[in-house]
Design a protein around this ligand. Structure first.
Ligand code: ADE
Length: 360
């Protein structure tokens, strides 16, 4: 029996293969991640588990805290949540925190893994009441999967086609009330019917220095690194407003401290360690400086189109736009104009202070 979306019988007729989504095994904790996802797992040990431990993003915490409390008292599934913003700011972490706060399990997948209708159908039919389904990169969901999601999100129902050809019939299958947590770096790329089905739409912002310093000190404690507060501030200054990068830099500092036989880590050691990794005092890395350098010296400071800039750097335009540019824009080093990218005065000043694209 073929079970596929009512609007996608042809796509569902593909030869059976193993589902590719990464399901989250609940053991030993209520919420954990697939063992195959090594980078996520490494990050996992430093993730806050409860809202009270989550540093920064105060508006997001306030909004979601109220929604969680109200949902708990009504004993319902939390409304669907869309989290958007640059990578590394804690979208997955927040999904796991929400699950923990609600005492529910979180299943984690990403849109590119939901290639065939049966991938998303398999996930949805196996959800328990009030569980969370986290779909990363949700803007990459294909149309068939999106259409399966609409009635699932709205009415906790799947509209399926059973059988083929003239005997095909449409069946409606109830599923458990669940919460979809979608994450994206590109909210603008989501179709409006999908976006409109989220009850809570929240943007994650770059973190401020104080919050980052607190995050670094917390992580240092968990990693048993003796780090003074000036050293934590130095890491905070260089992590592009992003906790994931802060934790990565902290591990590099730990390596340098261990090899050099340093006990307590101070600001100077952080500077030395991060210069080695070509991270400058403002947190720009070699690829940021390469972009500014090419923009100034290859295109006279701009304006230049994204595709041209990406081709010059040998980068994928989407990655450049979603990963590299947001921090440069936020720092006022780069501007997006209708005619293309332009370097700013501040960007030029930064380049003058760091004339070689790879210099720290
Ligand atoms: N580690 C990574 N992000 C964090 C955050 N927002 N709060 C506390 N620890 C973190």
């Amino acid at each position: 029996m073929a079970i596929v979306s009512s609007r996608s019988a042809a796509a569902g007729a593909a030869a059976p293969r193993e589902p590719r989504q990464r399901l989250v095994d609940p053991a030993p904790l209520p919420n954990s991640l697939d063992a195959a996802e090594a980078p996520i797992q490494r990050e996992d040990s430093l993730r806050p588990r409860r809202l009270a431990d989550y540093i920064g993003q105060s508006e997001l915490k306030q909004v979601l805290g109220i929604a969680v409390e109200a949902t708990r008292s009504r004993e319902e599934a939390l409304d669907h949540v869309l989290l958007y913003g640059p990578p590394g700011l804690g979208k997955t972490t927040m999904a796991l925190v929400l699950a923990e706060e609600l005492g529910a399990r979180c299943r984690i997948t990403s849109a590119p893994a939901l290639e065939r209708p049966r991938d998303i159908v398999g996930l949805l039919v196996n959800l328990e009441p009030r569980e969370l389904l986290f779909i990363d990169e949700i803007h990459r969901l294909n149309r068939v999967a999106e259409e399966i999601l609409y009635p699932a999100m709205e009415d906790f129902r799947l509209d399926l086609t059973v059988g083929k050809g003239t005997t095909a019939r449409t069946r409606s299958l109830p599923i458990a009330p669940f919460t979809l947590v979608g994450a994206t770096t590109r909210a603008g790329s989501l179709s409006s019917p999908l976006r409109d089905r989220f009850g809570l739409i929240q943007r994650l912002e770059f973190y401020g220095l104080e919050d980052l310093q607190a995050i670094v000190l917390r992580a240092a404690g968990l990693l048993q690194i003796e780090l003074d507060s000036a050293a934590a501030l130095e890491v905070a200054r260089r992590c592009r407003g992003t906790p994931r990068i802060a934790n990565r830099l902290l591990r590099r500092v730990r390596d340098v401290a261990a090899v050099g036989g340093h006990g307590r880590v101070g600001a100077e050691l952080v500077q030395e360690a991060l210069s080695l990794h070509r991270v400058d005092g403002r947190g720009l890395d070699a690829s940021d400086r390469r972009l500014l350098h090419l923009l100034q010296h290859g295109f006279g400071g701009g304006p230049v189109g994204l595709d041209t800039l990406a081709a010059g750097l040998g980068e994928d335009p989407a990655t450049l736009e979603a990963v590299v540019e947001p921090f440069l824009l936020q720092q006022g080093l780069l501007q997006r104009t209708p005619r293309g990218r332009v370097i700013t005065e501040a960007g030029l000043a930064h380049l003058q202070a760091h004339p070689e694209p790879s210099a720290a």
